[in-house]
Design a protein. Sequence first.
Length: 325
Amino acid sequence: MSYKTGIEKIIEIYKRSHLSISKFSSLIQKDRRTVTSWVDGLTDVDPNDEVKKKICSLFRYPDYIWEDGCVDEEFLKSITQIPQKEVRIIDEDYQGRLKYIMDIEKNRRFVIQAQFPGPMYRDTAVQRVYRTRTDKNIEELKQNRIDQMLRYDYDTTEWYSIKSILSFCYAEIGNFFTKEEKIKILELIYELFNNNYNKKLFLFDSFSRKIYGMETTYISINVKQKILFFKSPIESVFIEIRNKNLVERMHRYYSSPIEAPSHVNFLESVKIIKILQDALKYNNSLAQAYENINRTTDYGELFFNNLSIDLQRQVSAPKQGQRRN
């Protein structure tokens, strides 16, 4: 079959969707009779741009499938294969990866962190957690990155899971920090984010919407350049995505109080950092830290969700009127 006109392309997309005409019509917000006339070949009037844009958004197809040059096999390839120009593998050494991050996040960044704290904060407060040798050029790049992050006017929005910050403070397995180092890192982050509207810190509950695992990889979203990248399971590889719809959807998801996972408001997140810092300073247990958070903030429920079943039985239930975002 030929795939040259907009209607021919829509018919193929409809067939591959395995949806009923009624469902397909409602999704693209068109009358059922209109879609039926396309499928039955009763009209040759090309659908408008609004319909095409809606289809691309719903089925995550690239915008260029409607171009005159995207026909036949090229069109089929575009809707069945990942577009090569939208996905790129960045396979570099440590220096190359660091340069790449600094370039994408040069003026601002919006990131979902793999773990607490971010590596730049860790390396500022605690030198060489991982005992690896690096050359002079890498050390200079790392220092430039640290200087960038510590600038008061550097625009950063950072998401950490509540699980990762509680693990940082209290986990006894896989924790590379002494009590003094933990306090120092929490103090640094508190000083950076407190009363600074250029820097926003969000703590989210990774157990709230079956999104456990979002905190296992670093995701950076540059909505202005329409780029996001994340670390692959292979340490030396980044995956870069340039799909405009996906990038905007990811950014919108974590920017919207309604769509985002249950989280602590960025102003309250800083307050909780201080509570955890004091808890460590005065040797308070995890249960005691939770009780303080539950008593003095509106987000005890989110922290309660991250406690073990046994510990939940030992502490107070979350107070009434807790916030989820």
